[in-house]
Design a protein around this ligand. Sequence first.
Ligand code: LIP
Length: 274
Amino acid sequence: MTIDPARLLTLAVRLARQAGDLAYRMRSEAASGSALQVDTKSTPTDVVTAADRAVERLVLSELRRERPHDAILGEETGQHDVTDREESRVRWIVDPIDGTVNYLYGIPQYAVSLAVEVDGEVVAGVVRNPVTGQEWTAIAGQGAWRDGTRLTGSRCTDLSQALVATGFGYDAQRRAYQGEVIARLLPKVRDIRRFGSASLDLCMTAEGIFDAYFEKGLKAWDLAAGGLIAKEAGLQVTGLRGQPAGPDMTLAAPAALHQGLHDLLVELDADGGP
Ligand code: LIP
């Protein structure tokens, strides 16, 4: 059976818009972000809100209705395999609100991130900032776009002139190690930016707003859609030492910067530590 990634992306975009509207409405109606906080996860600063859970429930129920044979991986509810039907070739990867701390604090830098895999490969993805309405999309082999504009990454070729986005984990010991890495990296680049949403960092790097991005500790739902968008914008999206992008390290950069930043991150053992 032929699966059309364009049709999957059309559904993903519709769901991202519905989900983004719900997230935005819930935050607008809450007296404060803390009114929405319902729990913490890996550490006391790794929060989950009622909106994270409501948005994921919305996406899951729509997917069950539209695509009952597909598997789903959601940040808040985990893996939902197809049981009483033929093994599905399609899996949806859902981050209901990427940038949850920004969401909690009312900072307009959070996103709904939806990706879809066929036979284990991400073939389409959408990242949508519900506050700005900015929407980044990609289909494997067909390029990356933001609101109709083709994305081609940064033209920067000098690492010392590069504006590099990054992020930090929630665990205090990992943050201490990451802070040491940043202290040694900072003099070698123009500057860093830490905006708090991996999927938006990847999209802004795909757009060339940041020259490069790296982060240790990304989960599949942080990386799936934004990683495809960055790749389809022509960036190299990898791990270190020949590894693919993933929880040990995600590095996204144009070819002119990738090797230099890669080697610097290896020298600093940026994928090491707790
Ligand atoms: C966030 C990531 C971000 C990272 C944060 C956090 P969340 O995801 O998007 O890149 O630096 O620590 O993990 O928790 O908002 O879904």
